[in-house]
Design a protein around this ligand. Sequence first.
Ligand code: SRM
Ligand code: SF4
Length: 567
Amino acid sequence: MSNTTLTHLEQIKANSRHLRGTIEEGLNDPVTGAISDDDNKLLKFHGSYQQDDRDIRDERRKQKLEPAYSFMIRARLPGGVVTPDQWLVFDDIASTYAGRGLRITTRQTFQWHGVIKRDLKPTMQAINKAMATTIAACGDVNRQVVSSVNPLLSSQHQLVQDWAQKLSDHFIPRTRAYHEIWLDGEKITDEPEVEPIYGDLYLPRKFKIGIAIPPTNDIDVFAQDLGLIAIIENDVLLGFNVAIGGGMGATHGDDTTYPRLGSLIGFVEPEQLIAIAEGVVTLQRDHGNRQERQHARLKYTIDNHGLDWFKDQLEARTGITLLPVRSYQFDQNGDRYGWEQGEDGQWHLGLYIESGRLWDEGGLQLQTGIREIARIHKGEFRMTCNQNLVISNVKAKDRNKIDKLVVQYGLDGYKQQSGIRRHSIACVALPTCGLAMAESERYLPELLPKLEALLDQHGLANEPIVLRLSGCPNGCSRPYLGEIALVGRAPGRYDLRLGANYTGERLNVTYRQNIDEAEILNTLDSLFGAYALERQHNEKFGDFLVRSKAIPAPTQKLIPIVLAAVV
Ligand code: SRM
Ligand code: SF4
């Protein structure tokens, strides 16, 4: 494609000298707290977004001040694993540079919000000193590779964690721009740089890889562009089922955009994994839609060309014949809470962190509490894709000390919580997200007690129900996989979606559009009532709604080819 036919964004990438642009000059410009729009596009590839505080946007406009610019920074931590030493550095960064504490994301990593421009570089350097990076945590590249956190299966974890790390490393951009801009690395002058996987234009859109370890689908494997299901027998990793084309993002009122579950296309052995992943990524690089960003994700490439076409191309490109999908079963897409003993005898403590918000607020000292635990903990921390935290690899003799701190700092909430609270996640939304149409993370604490009261009235307080809130249809909390989901439309108004299943293998459907809280609660009240009276033994809420035809039939289940192929 000639440079002149490229869209503006593709041109920015093409002319960026491998992600350099004029970011460095922009950082040094003291006149504004912002950087240029073009550089902002490139900054994402470095793991940061320019934002402004939307709570005070109007007020500042009235005062003729520029918006209150600051930057969100996202770490790349494959599999969500953090050592206690790293934790202490990340915590210190939050206190020193960020506007609030640490925020665990739905892709098991950290975001720091509210870092002002002059602190961006010191923050990046501090992250680097902790042997971590932010490169490619955002942008049109392969992002954070996620993997299941099931503390019971310690040896399998390690195997899969190693693959998450290898995949992550394999797809890191090769440009030295990150080192030059943030780490004062030597500037490349004469030798041309090459991006062997991405090329000069990088990918048409973001790309996401995740590995699930059955029976836990805590990463929502079918929401990934490339979802991998680890098949492990007798402690041996046999390989991975491969699902392609998952994605959540959609636009209100535009039916050509939609959430889609990944389609299972086969099974690969471990030594074939990198080649297959590279094949999927480079097919998307070469065939993804670079003209229309809203149709640029892999899911649309597959639907445009057909699944069979994609699979044939993948096999031809890699020289690997995909084997039939292996059988597997998921039992949930939520997290486990409390102490669990792994097969190697070590202990793991799963903690519920509401919307992943780890800061000290309203009498709770969650950030301080985890900091104190990090000071004495000898294992590691694992973040989950449900925005929760596991204190991992604890010896039996150390459990008491950790328990005391958990209670002292109010981190023990999971013990009394309702089923729905334990299965709730909410995206960031306001005030930092520039795309938010309604509140999400700040609304969850208000909404949950109201839902809990309703459920309690129907005797359903302990019923595990997957609840997902998103402030817009981009779907950062993977709301299309919620048994109940709210997707923001406007302040205080949401689409109510219902009927995904408890294991993350069926999309929900829109049940009511653009309704307010009173309507949401009324609607759910009567559905909870029916569920309490008419459900079958052990029937989950989403399954009940589908079976009883209380909601329209879901549009996409797992693609039928899958079931035919299962051995
Ligand atoms: Fe997301 C854009 C936050 C996981 C789909 N997402 C954004 C931005 C960067 C807004 C923007 O572009 O200006 C949000 C920043 C808000 C803020 O102030 O921090 C944002 N996304 C998040 C996080 C922090 C939500 C959270 O509450 O944890 C998650 C960070 C993940 C990470 O650590 O990498 C996050 N985003 C997701 C997920 C879930 C997942 O990946 O498992 C999805 C759905 C899966 C998918 O990608 O299809 C998701 N985010 C989007 C989209 C829609 C993409 C699409 O295909 O249409 C956007 C908008 C875009 O890319 O244009 C978006
Ligand atoms: Fe922002 Fe929408 Fe993502 Fe929520 S779902 S963080 S509102 S982009």
